[in-house]
Design a protein. Sequence first.
Length: 434
Amino acid sequence: MYGLVDCNNFYVSCERVFNPLLKTKPVVVLSNNDGCIIARSNEAKALGIPMGAPLHLYKELINKNKVFTYSSNYTLYGDMSSRVMTSLNFFVPDIEIYSIDEAFLSLEKINGVTVLDEMVKIRKLIYQWTGIPVSIGVGPTKTLAKLANKMAKKHSSNGVYILTISKHLDKILKDLSLEDIWGISKGWANRLKSIGINNPFELQQSDPRQIRNLISVVGERIVYELRGIPCLTLEGITAKQSITVSRSFGNIINNKNDLKKALANYVARAAEKLRSQNSLCGAISVFIHTNRFRKKDLQYSNSASIIFDDLTDSTNLIIGKAFKLLESLYLPNYNYKKIGVVLLDIQKREHNFIIQDNLFTYGNTKKEFTNKSDICMKMLDSINAKMGKMTLFYGSQGIIKQRKQRIEGNNWKMRSSYRSPFYTTNWNDILRVS
DNA sequence: TCTGGGGTCCTAGGACCC
DNA sequence: TCTGGGGTCCTAGGACCC
């Protein structure tokens, strides 16, 4: 059984913790430059203010109804989020932090009879400890837990909803639209409708292979998940595979120096994030856009990327390269609205070791060995000492794959990002927590 | 006038290898 | 003239998520 905990109107709830007078008032939180509405209290939703709406279109409605508006404060939200997650972890050891305001729980260890009581208790205590109201959905798969969470928000008095495979679920699925299902958006919903599948129940009953042909393996998984057969599992905390920092400008910018100033800032922020997850990056990309909403303006958007000679986390080094990329992208006579940087090919710093022939390289350490398995045993010892118990696979990529498959079943697939010219490659590829 | 920011995964197809 | 089998690697583009 899986649980999904979702903070209600998270950003608004955070603001309310520090200003209890807002509790019963309509509140919205705005994006960068106060451009869009990105969070709404229930009262604001009731006024018909949609998610992601440009503020200027709703100015009048907001003024008329005395809606409180707040610029976003991500430092605060990040901090509140970790308070909630830490509290959750206190009750349930196996959790997956899915987003800033959501976490999946593994409920295997909780007795089925008492799940409801347990969830009600967790919900109550999370509120007591953090001031954040949450909803909890429970189901046999992540997809159904997600759906249960939606039901909890709509139809539950205690904020908890439990879905099981039953006639009742059939009825619920018949009454929902395809887009209510996690992983299905407009594009796929339309494709499904084109072959006569009009609601989640019909999707659940459909031929998984046919769905795969239509909308890829992701869709096939959804079919099984709706039947209560898990295809998705809890994922631990993993390092980011890419890090983006970008902003729209409040005003239009057209000179290169201003763009450089902004870019330097964003690179510094991105490099900070990179270091905070103890990683290095091997490549970056820079992009710029004009304002796509100003149809009369000449439009231009472009991006360029560069691969570093060595993995790095140095702000200065990355800024240098980013400026070079900007030089190649910048065209005068355009009004720029947005610039951003993406760090790519991200690798864990401590995982960056190489064995080639009989040379073992780990950071700046180079050691020669006469026996290859000897190297691996020593590596394993030092890694175990640092990180806890691990299993080490070594050999050519093909051999690694075979061994992993023997242990983990046939679902394991070598991904291109694991490639390496050497015997060992990405941490994930050769090591596995046992 | 004003229109967010940051992610992940999957596929197809060509190049290439033994 | 015929033309295997099994694979990796890479990229662009398209979906989706919060």
